[in-house]
Write a protein that binds this ligand. Structure first.
Ligand code: SF4
Length: 495
């Protein structure tokens, strides 16, 4: 009996979905099977959130986990009612008020009858959406008669540096949100009322796509709601989604239909013109100037990193990039073929020392080092030089040899209509060279780091580990070979 009711219950995540977009909560209640499931990258984020949540429980030792791993509301409520009398820290206790439900990460008993509420997040700061999140829980608990003394957000302390064993009290920061959530409480019953009415509507809410599709969360419905857009749609206008959304509200979806009197930036005008003509925009002098700066032997390099929320290695902070892989393509002269060098860390130990030794050998000490979006690779190298000063004698000169291939694309000295308003390597490579990532199992940096972590730090078969490692090498190589191909095409374009 309770299963049917559960389908009608507004949980905290559904409440937050409703605040983000009425159409999203409508789908969650009326057509959940049409919501695309989360992809592997999203699941990895959820998994990291669970691990951080479990660690935060150690801030309040001796507590009781309510129905660990179970989502069955009826059981969670029954256990909470039974265990709450023990006045011990409670993890994941559940409360129902009307048809609104909240499960609290941590409840800690204080005085004889009060509780402190803690919501745990794996981020490093308080975000706007966290206020609604905590206020909702407070509203439900207080409505059921719980006395809440304080409401708090537990999040990762970005300044924590691991030295030896994890120090849980240093890893986390606790922000008191009691005062800031107070004024929000009166809005919640109003929100719940309109959400209940919206859910009951027969028709799908008629809502334009807009900023709410990616904020505060990337909406799972994007593949459904956005699929009517043409290839060159106005949301791809360079560096200005807001302009695109304002056009969509005027029912202009195609870049080719943008009114002539619309205020566009120079780069957007180049984008629109190249779609009209179907030709690559090239500012030959600027491109030639860029290419003249390249000195043989050329080294095309790309790094992959992990950035764990909870530091794994000594001397590292939360979310600090730890390089575990590189690909280098070396071209000694204009006519020579690429020489391929790869490094992919073995085992679960700190990969940085070996990464540096292998990289030093691969890049030598002369010729240009070409990267795409230099701030990333430079940031990694500077961090390594600071942490391992014994390597600064070759890293510092290497920094001076770096040339950023992003620059001519960011400046629109070259623009191909197939870039769809983006200068990212993942857009430029297929547009300019015709080869892309579609045949690769791993096709993005986030997937690469998740997959490396999965096969390195968790229990998988040797066969699976070998399969993923070979895919990682292919993926990283695609980035560097792609860069070399881009430069080859650029040379052709200025002839
Ligand atoms: S994709 Fe956008 S319009 Fe569609 S449900 Fe999500 S937030 Fe709403």
């Amino acid at each position: 009996m309770f299963d049917d009711e559960e389908r009608r219950i507004i949980s905290k995540s559904r409440y937050l979905s409703g605040l983000q977009c009425p159409k999203l909560i409508w789908y969650q209640f009326n057509a959940p099977d049409q919501i695309p499931p989360p992809d592997a990258d999203k699941l990895a984020i959820f998994e990291q959130g669970h691990r951080v949540g479990d660690l935060a429980q150690e801030l309040f030792p001796g507590g009781i986990y309510i129905q660990e791993g179970s989502w069955k509301i009826e059981n969670v409520l029954a256990d909470t009612r039974k265990i709450i009398r023990l006045r011990k820290p409670l993890y994941e206790a559940g409360f129902l008020f009307g048809n609104s439900y909240a499960r609290v990460d941590i409840l800690n008993p204080v005085s004889s009858d009060e509780w402190d509420l803690y919501e745990v997040k794996s981020g490093t700061r308080v975000k706007e959406v966290n206020f609604s999140d905590v206020a909702y829980q407070r509203y439900i608990l207080e409505s059921t008669g719980m006395k809440i003394r304080s409401c708090n957000l537990v999040h990762i302390n970005r300044d924590y540096v691991r030295r030896g064993d994890l120090e849980i009290n240093e890893l986390f920061t606790v922000d008191d949100m009691t005062e800031t959530t107070g004024p929000l409480l009166s809005h919640i019953p109003v929100d719940l009322q309109w959400m209940a009415e919206k859910i009951r509507e027969k028709d799908i809410p008629d809502i334009y796509i807009g900023r709410q599709c990616t904020s505060p969360f990337e909406c799972a419905m994007i593949p459904v709601c956005w699929n009517y857009l043409p290839e060159h749609n106005v949301t791809t206008l360079y560096s200005d989604r807001a302009k695109g959304f304002s056009l969509i509200e005027k029912d202009v979806t195609d870049i080719l239909d943008i009114p002539a009197d619309m205020d566009l930036t120079n780069k957007q005008k180049i984008q629109v013109d190249s779609i009209h003509t179907g030709k690559v925009h090239v500012e030959k002098e600027m491109v030639a100037g860029f290419l003249e700066r390249l000195i043989y032997p050329l080294h095309y390099i790309d790094f992959e990193t992990i950035a764990p929320a909870v530091p794994i290695f000594d001397g590292t902070r939360p979310y600090r990039d730890i390089p575990f892989q590189f690909s280098v393509q070396v071209q000694t002269s204009a006519d020579s073929v690429l020489e391929d060098f790869s490094f992919l860390a073995e085992g679960a130990g700190d990969p940085r020392e070996e990464f540096m030794l292998k990289l030093r050998d691969a890049v030598g000490n002369e010729g240009s080092v070409i990267v795409y979006n230099a701030s990333f690779e430079k940031g990694i190298l500077k961090g390594l030089s600071e942490t391992f000063p014994g390597h600064s004698d070759w890293i510092e000169p290497l920094l001076d040899r770096i040339v950023d291939l992003l620059k001519p694309f960011q400046a629109f000295h070259i623009y191909h209509p197939g870039q769809h308003g983006s200068a990212s390597l993942k857009n430029v490579t297929p547009a300019l060279t015709g080869s892309g990532y579609e045949d690769l199992e791993i096709s993005g940096g986030m997937t690469a780091r998740n997959e490396f972590s999965r096969v390195t730090y968790s229990d998988v078969s040797e066969e699976e580990r070998a399969r993923v490692r070979s895919e990682l090498i292919e993926y990283c190589r695609q980035d560097t070979v792609g860069m070399a191909d881009i430069v080859r095409v650029m040379r052709g374009l200025i002839k």
